[in-house]
Design a protein around this ligand. Structure first.
Ligand code: ZN
Ligand code: ZN
Length: 367
């Protein structure tokens, strides 16, 4: 089969690999589509893990082989996959800290080599411990919708970390694919969303996804981050503050979701949330980043600074309902489709988004 093999930093090669053999408790899936995810991009760009590997974990396809011990799946089932699944029984899982579970940290889907998702290949082997994460795609839905189960799950999990009431006002900073998912899911919960992004095209989409208010920070540079990273407060921060004052009648934000990897945005959000409000970090996945914070905002003002990473198995059916009912129509997020041989170009586009690019996917045939 053809597979895109990571051979080192920024080195993806189309190679021929054997179709992975499966054991009795496993299934083999012919990949139809795989989303390009920022966490894979980082590993590929910076070479943070040892090669060789086949990346790609937002995968959907058709079951083509079923091990003798597997129950509940048949050849021909169209499915969406999750490459991480918690054990649900360990200390971390009892605390619902699923992403900290030792089993969860193992990757259970591979196209060969050290398991790394394998979605940028024609076939993937799905191991027994991630079978609870296999979701059947209804006939009327596309493979691309199935491939969005995993990223949407991570966003819903993040929202569950927030203690929100209907009518609360939440800033979602950054309206890339993840920011837009937050905007849509928060709006569906009756939250008033204020969406910010440097790109007007994304703000228009944010409105269509349910943002009540949008804000475009002024930018002097070309770096795609909202707000300026200069020491003095950026010119636009005054007007953002005024806008928030007006929307919340002087109360301040109930929460802010940071879907852009800027420290300045975190600092600003920490000021803009009300006492006992929450700031959720979703894009700060690079280790070693330091930030200065006024700790009294946490201790005295009771503002929570929290993070969320990865998916929550217990939200899987709720996510499937949202996507497959098209209450959250994820098809509008997918702007670019590349063939398997063009995976490298797909990763480049996702790493350097343009005004009209959102979710980028790699597809094998009809999605
Ligand atoms: Zn992902
Ligand atoms: Zn566990």
């Amino acid at each position: 089969m053809r597979a895109v093999v990571y051979r080192g930093a920024n080195d993806l090669r189309v190679e021929t690999l054997p179709v992975p053999p499966i054991r009795s408790g496993e299934i083999l899936v012919r990949v139809a589509v795989c989303g390009v995810c920022p966490t894979d991009i980082k590993k590929i760009k910076y070479g943070t893990v040892a090669p060789p590997r086949v990346f790609g974990h937002e995968t959907a396809g058709t079951i083509v082989r079923v091990g003798a011990l597997v129950r509940g799946f048949r050849i021909g089932n169209r499915v969406g996959l999750h490459h991480h699944v918690p054990c649900l029984g360990c200390h971390a899982c009892r605390h619902r800290a699923f992403a900290q579970c030792a089993q969860y940290k193992r990757t259970g889907i591979t196209a060969g080599f050290e398991p790394a998702g394998g979605g940028y290949a024609e076939y993937v082997r799905v191991m027994p411990f991630v079978l609870p994460g296999v979701v059947k795609i209804p006939a009327r839905n596309s493979f691309a919708e199935g491939a969005m189960l995993e990223p949407v799950n991570t966003v819903l999990k993040g929202i569950k970390r927030l203690s929100l009431l209907p009518g609360d006002v939440v800033l979602v900073a950054g309206q890339g694919p993840i920011g837009l998912m937050f905007t849509r899911l928060l709006a569906l919960q009756g939250v008033t969303v204020l969406a910010s992004d440097l790109l007007e095209t994304r703000l228009r989409l944010a409105k269509a996804f349910g943002a009540r208010h949008v804000f475009q920070p002024s930018s002097t540079g070309t770096t795609p981050v909202p707000f300026s990273d200069a020491d003095r407060p950026p010119r636009s921060s005054g007007s953002l503050e005024l806008l928030i004052q007006r929307i919340t009648r002087g109360r301040g934000l109930d929460a802010a979701v940071i879907a852009v990897p800027s420290i300045e945005v975190v600092r600003q959000a920490q000021q803009l949330v009300r006492g006992a409000g929450q700031v959720l970090l979703f894009s700060h996945t690079k280790r070693g980043e330091q930030a200065e914070l006024d700790l009294a905002t946490i201790c005295v003002d009771e503002k929570d600074l929290i993070g969320s990473y990865s998916a929550d198995l217990t939200l899987q059916s709720a996510v499937a309902r949202l996507i497959f009912s098209r209450k959250f129509d994820v098809r509008r997020l997918i702007t670019h489709e590349f063939g398997l041989a063009e995976t490298s170009a797909a990763v480049d586009l996702a790493a350097h988004p343009t005004a009209d690019s959102l979710k980028v996917v790699v597809a094998n045939g009809v999605i």
